[in-house]
Each structure stands twice: as structure tokens, then as C-alpha cells.
Design a binder for this molecule. Structure first.
Ligand SMILES: Cc1cc2nc3c(=O)[nH]c(=O)nc-3n(C[C@H](O)[C@H](O)[C@H](O)COP(=O)(O)O)c2cc1C
Length: 332
């Protein structure tokens, strides 16, 4: 593992070596083993609560992660659904998170207002993830410890505005006085150097990490990412304002056709977008169906390797970018 290269508000807040976060990947993609690998490689990872609705299974994941990380801090992702019961589902898991000593939580989806006080009282750090700076400003008022802003390139949910990570990274630090994490299209260390230069404190990755050896998903699903150059990523479900950036397969094509026809009835999308299809694709390696979250950062994923190897190359690249800036400086 590379020694610490940067110290930022996020490395200090979370007690991690590198300012690198691996976003939660659902429903069960980022499990205890993968999150532990990310943490042991010097970053912060998040087990997705929504993947483990059975409390016994959820607790077992947390216990396993704690054992594998030997006491290092690790995180949980809470996706707060906007549908009825969304907040209650998360609240049911909060006691377990507290009891098992989880250090930090990545919230996403609806406003975290109802859960922030519960988590903060227990000393758990809360990072709220949003797809636009305007939402981060609202989250900052709720007492979160930091914000994660993902731009339009992100695998998963880029929001309705489609603002790039480049614009958001430069804008965020001007208007938000909290630790800032930038995600969406990140897969190289030079991007880390760039966002730190713009005033942010860390990066967050999803797609780039899909090739981690420690992920249980089928080897064929990882090789798909290795082969990809990012042009296979497409945003679907725009017609129902639930923009979703995924791998362009048969299910994505079907959703695109519904978008083109301006269909707003979710029931017509359901057969193509149900979570079970994506899970099946990761189990079987047949990626022709399922909404597989996938962004253009796939272009940086050139081989299947350990989380530690990914981070080592990332840090080396960030150092090279930092050196390059120094070498470009006019007149000493
Ligand atoms: C396979 C996959 C599954 C994801 N699942 C979730 C999820 O369940 N909850 C969530 O908040 N974000 C989820 N995300 C989004 C990531 O946490 C992260 O915000 C995003 O991947 C960053 O953009 P990038 O893919 O360009 O790196 C997922 C991303 C991927 C690639």
C-alpha cells in the first residue's frame, strides 16, 4: 500500500489514508468482503443496507467487515427511497449500524433529514450523496458532516440536470463550507489531483471499482467493464424523470424505446428495470439484461485486479499529475 500522499478534511474526518471513497453498489454488489478490501487499501467503502433487508443477514455483513478490517473504520450506504416507507426501512437498520460500530454512512436518494440526528447522536459521520450542488446546499443545512456530489458521468443516478463533474467540482468549493467529495466519471489519480486543486477533499468511484478482484460478481461482468471504453453507457428512464445511467444492453434498449415513446407509466418499465434482473446478471455473467449501473469511467478499468492494486496505481497517477503541475509552473 502506498503511503499517504494527501491530507484533506475527508481523510481527517473519516480516519483514512487516501482521499478515495468507493460508493455503495447495490443491491448486494458491495458486500463486506469488498468493502473490507477497499478499507484495507486505505480508502472508505460502504455496504449497501438495502441489499440486506433481513436484519440477521445485515448484521452478519457488518460483523464480517469489522473482522476483516481489524477495527478500521468502514461505512454503510443508506439509499432512502422516495416511496412510502423509505425512511422507515432505513430507520430499522440504524440500531444495527450503531450497535456494530459503523463509522460512517453514505446517504442517497431522498432527504436524509429524518435520519441525520439519529446517526449524529451515535457519533456516526454522515456524508449525503447528491447529483447537483443545489441539493448539497440543502443537505449542508441538515447538519451532515460532508457532501458527495456526483456529476452526469456517474454510473447509477445522475439526476435530472445532467451537470458534469468538472463543473460541479469547481463550483462546489465556492459555495459549500463542508468537506466535499466528487464522483461521477472518476477512475484515475490525475482526476483526484484535479478535484483537490479545485477545492474538493476526496473522490468517489463506482464503475472503476467493478473490476476489483474482491467483488463476488461473475468474472464475465468484470471483463465487460475491462473491454468497455465508456461509450456503452447510456441514461434511461428520462421520460419518468428517474434518470439512470447503465450499461447499454437489451433491457436498457427496451427502456430507451419507452423513453422515446414518452411513456410515463412505470408499470411498462418494470419488467425491464426490476432489481432481480441485475442481480441475476452479476450471478450468471450474462449481462444482456438488467439495469447494470455503469458509467464512462469504465475506460479507466483496464484489468481485473485487487482494490489495493487499483488504489496504488491511482495514487501513483495522482502524484505524477501533481508533479506535472509543479513542472508547468512558470518562473521559480
Ligand atoms: C453497479 C453499481 C451499483 C450501484 N448501486 C448504488 C446503490 O445501491 N446506492 C447508491 O447510492 N449508489 C449506487 N451506485 C452509485 C455509486 O455509489 C457511485 O455514486 C457512482 O458509481 C459514481 O460514479 P462512477 O460510476 O462514474 O464512478 C452504484 C454504482 C454502480 C456502478
Amino acid at each position: 500500500m502506498r503511503p499517504a500522499l494527501f491530507r484533506t478534511r475527508i481523510t481527517e474526518l473519516l480516519g483514512i489514508r487516501h482521499p478515495i471513497l468507493a460508493g455503495g453498489m447495490g443491491p448486494k454488489v458491495s458486500d463486506a468482503r469488498y468493502v473490507a478490501a477497499v478499507v484495507n487499501a486505505g480508502g472508505m467503502g460502504f455496504i449497501v443496507g438495502a441489499g440486506y433487508s433481513d436484519p440477521v443477514e445485515f448484521r452478519a455483513q457488518l460483523v464480517q467487515c469489522r473482522e476483516l478490517t481489524e477495527g478500521k473504520p468502514f461505512g454503510v450506504n443508506f439509499y432512502i427511497s422516495r416511496q412510502e416507507g423509505g425512511v422507515d426501512r432505513v430507520k430499522r437498520q440504524i440500531d444495527i449500524v450503531i450497535e456494530e460500530g459503523v463509522a460512517c454512512v453514505e446517504t442517497a436518494g431522498a432527504s436524509p433529514e429524518a435520519v441525520v440526528p439519529l446517526l449524529k447522536q451515535a457519533g456516526i459521520k454522515v456524508l449525503h450523496k447528491v447529483p447537483a450542488v443545489r441539493y448539497a446546499l440543502s443537505a449542508a443545512k441538515l447538519g451532515v458532516d460532508g457532501v458527495i456530489i456526483v456529476g452526469n458521468d456517474c454510473g447509477g443516478h445522475p439526476g435530472i440536470y445532467g451537470i458534469s463533474s468538472m463543473v460541479q467540482a469547481a463550483h462546489a468549493a465556492q459555495v459549500i463550507d463542508l468537506p466535499i467529495v466528487i464522483g461521477g466519471g472518476i477512475g484515475s489519480g490525475r482526476q483526484l489531483a484535479a478535484v483537490l486543486a479545485m477545492g474538493a477533499d476526496a473522490v468517489l468511484m463506482g464503475t472503476r471499482m467493478l473490476v476489483s478482484e474482491e467483488l463476488w460478481i461473475h468474472r464475465a461482468a468484470k471483463e465487460l467493464v475491462v473491454r468497455g471504453d465508456g461509450t456503452e453507457s447510456v441514461v434511461v428512464k428520462k421520460a419518468i424523470r428517474d434518470h439512470h445511467r447503465v450499461f447499454r444492453n437489451a433491457s436498457a434498449e427496451a427502456a430507451l424505446a419507452l423513453d422515446d415513446a414518452k411513456v410515463t407509466d412505470f408499470e411498462q418499465y418494470r419488467p425491464h428495470v426490476m432489481g432481480a434482473l441485475a442481480h441475476q446478471a452479476y450471478v450468471s455473467g450474462d449481462t444482456s439484461t438488467g439495469m447494470l449501473d455503469y458509467g464512462p469511467a469504465a475506460v479507466f478499468a483496464d484489468t481485473v485486479e485487487s482494490a489495493e492494486a487499483i488504489f496504488d496505481r491511482f495514487i501513483d497517477d495522482a502524484r505524477a499529475a501533481d508533479d506535472r503541475l509543479g513542472s508547468l509552473r512558470a518562473a521559480a
